[in-house]
Design a protein around this ligand. Structure first.
Ligand SMILES: [Zn+2]
Length: 280
């Protein structure tokens, strides 16, 4: 038996997660994320998947962030008719993200076409994928809840465990039945004690191989109390100076946490409610 693992994105860089586990010639794709960066680099990397779609036996999605699900529509666009396995919540979130991405690309094309016309240049750029590809990818998604093992190929089982990152986020545990070999792909991992999302599962069968997300691996996070104090201080300063607060934040997960923290500060009377309404 031979098992190979290789990464086609999110290795020595952030975003664009695409990994393949090859088990005796059967290829299993773990995530198919969009690369996010400059327009030219993103276009080059996202247009070229870097693997032969016809060789993929099954696709597994760890969670619905764009950098993990954003290129799933490229699978049916390139002829893939197999299943994309995800938790039910990841399927729902990924569906929205993929459609949103198709919509943004459509409007980008319109904008760039007009710009080219103004310059009198020929315009040839096309979106990487379109709405119908996103709908087709969603239709190919099969939902499995946490701790419900399922077969993705001949003698290859996958089981999802809660990764505690965003709603529906999962670690995918592959088990090769013949040898008992276990490979755990963590996807993006959350940290314990977050306000809305459950803590990551820890009682997972010990894997033989662990593929681990490490974006913040060399940093210590502030604890929640410190973050709340900082948020309160910034808010009160803005109230005092009648200023505005601009917060760059991931739309899925971080923004919900921020709203939640603002509610805590309001409920505890730490920030004044009537003067803060314009912040939301
Ligand atoms: Zn993520």
């Amino acid at each position: 038996m031979s098992i190979s693992f290789y990464s086609l994105g999110a290795a020595e860089e952030v975003t664009g997660s695409k990994h393949i586990i090859d088990i005796d010639g059967e290829q299993y794709l773990v995530d198919c994320g969009a690369f996010q960066g400059s327009r030219a680099e993103s276009d080059r990397k996202n247009r070229n998947l870097g693997f032969d779609v016809s060789k993929i036996a099954a696709a597994i999605l760890t969670h619905g962030h764009l950098d993990h699900c954003g290129l799933l529509p490229m699978l049916p666009r390139n002829g893939y008719q197999g299943s994309i396995y995800a938790t039910p919540a990841s399927r729902d979130i990924a569906s929205l993200i993929m459609l949103d991405s198709a919509n943004i690309q459509f409007h980008d094309a319109e904008y760039l076409r007009k710009q080219a016309q103004k310059r009198g240049e020929k315009f040839t750029w096309q979106p990487v994928f379109e709405e119908q590809d996103a709908i087709q990818a969603t239709n190919q998604c099969v939902g499995f809840s946490y701790r419900r093992p399922f077969l993705v190929g001949d003698g290859v089982q996958v089981e999802f465990f809660d990764a505690g990152h965003i709603l529906g986020s999962a670690m995918a545990l592959f088990t090769v039945k013949k040898s008992g070999t276990r490979i755990l792909c963590s996807g993006d991992l959350g940290r314990p004690g977050k306000p809305i999302i459950k803590d990551p599962d820890t009682d997972i069968p010990a894997p033989d191989y662990l593929v681990l997300e490490s974006t913040y691996g060399d940093r210590l996070h502030d604890n929640t109390d410190d973050a709340l104090k900082k948020l309160a201080a910034v808010t009160l300063r803005a109230v005092k100076t009648r200023g505005r607060i601009l917060i760059p934040s991931f739309a899925i997960e971080r923004t919900q946490e921020l709203v939640y923290y603002f509610h805590i500060l309001l409920d505890q009377g730490i920030i004044p409610g009537n003067k803060c309404s314009s912040f939301f």
